[in-house]
Design a protein around this ligand. Structure first.
Ligand code: MN
Length: 228
């Protein structure tokens, strides 16, 4: 009896560990178009769902991603997201999209998406991209993987890892990226650490970054532009 129980337990553990969730949970119906009107609510699975009888093609439609984002800002880049907040039909479907525009020398600064893997396609220009491993193998110190991409190249940034894209060409660059969440989220490292509101106690940051208080004061005094 005890052995059968142990075998059963091992089997259950082995099976359950093979069901890795690589995106948002699967929907239980064809769609669940997000709606702000709680009086129209039918099902709940992420956001409130629109009455399926009132759903129309436009709920699954977004127009305007042909328009370049404005890169006249300190980073020289602009991220234009198409996610559940502006395409309500994405609700519960575990996927979204961004367009990223870069001026020459434009940077999409180091950031992470807490809920999504990102697969990036370069449409125009030359981008130096990379990500840092979170949990390095023994003997390694946070390995960095980088690549220089040109038009037609595709690169993937695994979920949650810190990554960046930098325009190293002499022209503007354009990229599109699919993200494995209807609402991937973004944490821009510098903004979060040095631009939080209220500021993180400088004693925390002087210790964390092993620098003097003057360096932290300088960094906390900067305006941390949000490009998305
Ligand atoms: Mn990203």
């Amino acid at each position: 009896m005890a052995i059968r129980f142990i075998v059963f337990t091992i089997t259950v553990v082995a099976l359950s560990s093979s069901f890795a969730h690589a995106s948002d949970p699967s929907p239980l119906q064809d769609f669940c178009v997000a709606v702000n009107d709680s009086m129209a609510a039918v099902f709940v699975n992420g956001k409130i769902c629109k009455n399926p009888m009132q759903v129309v093609a436009n709920d699954f439609f977004f127009r305007g991603l042909n328009m370049p984002g404005n890169t006249s800002n300190p980073l020289g880049s602009k991220v234009t997201p198409v996610n559940v907040n502006n395409l309500p039909g994405l609700n519960t479907l575990g996927i979204s999209l961004v367009r990223i525009d870069f001026a020459p020398n434009g940077l999409n600064p180091p950031h992470t998406h807490p809920r999504a893997t990102e697969v990036l396609l370069v449409l125009e220009g030359t981008l130096y991209v990379g990500f840092v491993l979170s949990n390095p193998p023994p003997g390694m110190k946070n390995p960095l993987f980088t690549k220089t991409l040109v038009a037609g190249d595709v690169f993937v940034f695994p979920e949650g890892l810190i990554h960046f894209q930098f325009n190293v060409g002499k022209t503007n660059a354009i990229a599109f990226a699919g993200l494995s969440s209807q609402n991937p989220g973004v944490i821009t490292i510098a903004n979060a650490v040095f631009g939080s509101n209220p500021p993180i106690n400088p004693q925390v940051l002087t210790k964390a970054f092993q620098v003097g208080q003057n360096v932290i004061n300088y960094l906390q005094a900067q305006f941390w532009y949000n490009n998305s």
